[in-house]
Design a binder for this molecule. Structure first.
Ligand code: FE2
Length: 344
């Protein structure tokens, strides 16, 4: 690392990682590789605190292999724990430690060269400190993001509880449904973020009904045209509730279009086929399955055979045939059937 050109490109690469990484895992993975390359290190270990729903994330790059662990304090060794509480960097001839701090301790890095003869030079020491300071800023940004996310999750939870009391007809059996959703997501190769957004959409898709008269939502008799027009407003009203949250941004289109139909006869925009966001097409199938199999206060439960044949019938009409096909493959798995039978 002698040339200044290399130093500039290192900082440029780091800025790109901070601004474009979709989550902490990608950020740390990219940063570890950068440290390894720039310092010609044989081992890089990065530990971060308060990551998403996990307490810690440990990323280790050794030779050409990488290891990642997420979990509680048990994933951290005693030595690493003591490194986490150190407030000062340690720069040895062939080893570097740095505590990432920004108001609080956010994590730590340990970097080493195997050969004791391959000493780090002064420029490398200074560069290590500068890069690590920037990484602390990057970690702080992710921490703030996760903090907002945690706040939003609590907001969603209270909103859902309120919704269950106010709109019992919209109650989704989330625990059971999330299991099916995750299996579908894996089969469809959706990313973690897409699956999480779908879970949030499952919880919040009918949140807009909170703003509709409770009497209307509890009505047992068929709705009048005027009443149905009011009901049709709930996707837009739901979006109003979450539109200012950056974290819930990917959830907005799913909620807005969850009553569109594949044949274009749905609402609010009468979108057709692939014009409808994939998340909304998935939610439409899941929601209908939930209502038919687990029942609603106004609707009697159907058995699994009846539910699946109803979904088959709606292929290409109400639902995306490909999504129904994947859903059926998931539901017909022996372990899923066994699980669903426990509710029969
Ligand atoms: Fe709805």
């Amino acid at each position: 690392m002698k040339r200044y050109k290399d130093i500039f490109s290192t900082f440029h690469a780091m800025y790109r990682l901070i601004s474009t990484s979709p989550d902490m895992k990608n950020f740390i993975s990219g940063i570890s590789r950068l440290y390894k390359k720039v310092f010609d290190a044989d081992e890089v270990v990065i530990i971060c605190k308060n990551v998403d729903f996990y307490g810690f994330m440990k990323f280790r790059l050794k030779d050409k292999k990488q290891f990642i662990k997420k979990g509680g304090v048990s994933i951290i060794t005693r030595g690493e724990r003591s490194a986490l509480i150190k407030s000062k960097e340690i720069l040895l001839d062939n080893k570097f430690f740095y505590p990432f701090t920004f108001e609080d301790t956010l994590g730590t890095i340990y970097l080493r060269r195997k050969s004791k003869n391959k000493h780090f030079n002064e420029l490398e020491k200074k560069l290590f400190l500068s890069i690590s300071e920037e990484v602390s800023v990057g970690l702080k940004i992710f921490n703030l993001y996760y903090e907002e996310k945690r706040m939003m999750i609590n907001y969603i939870k209270s909103l859902t509880q309120l919704l269950e009391r106010h709109v019992p007809t919209s109650y989704l059996h989330t625990k059971n449904i999330f299991r099916l959703l995750k299996a579908m997501g894996k089969k469809m190769r959706l990313s973690e973020v897409e699956i999480r957004s779908l879970e949030h959409a499952c919880l919040l898709h009918d949140a807009g009904k909170i703003q509709l008269p409770s009497k209307l939502l509890r009505k047992q008799k068929p709705l009048t045209g005027k009443e149905f027009k009011l009901i049709m407003k709930h996707p837009r009203k739901g979006v109003e509730l979450i539109k200012d949250s950056k974290v819930l941004k990917p959830v907005i289109p799913i909620i807005l279009h969850h009553h569109e139909r594949y044949d274009g006869k749905g609402y609010p925009y009468k979108l057709k086929k692939e014009q409808i966001p994939l998340g909304s097409r998935i939610l439409a199938v899941i929601d209908t399955f939930d209502a038919m199999y687990f029942g609603r206060p106004y609707r009697k439960r159907k058995n699994l055979k009846e539910v699946l044949s109803e979904l088959e019938k709606q292929k290409g009409r109400q639902f995306d045939p490909k999504v129904v096909e994947i859903f059926l493959q998931v539901v017909k798995r022996e372990n899923t059937k066994k699980y669903l039978r426990t509710f029969a």
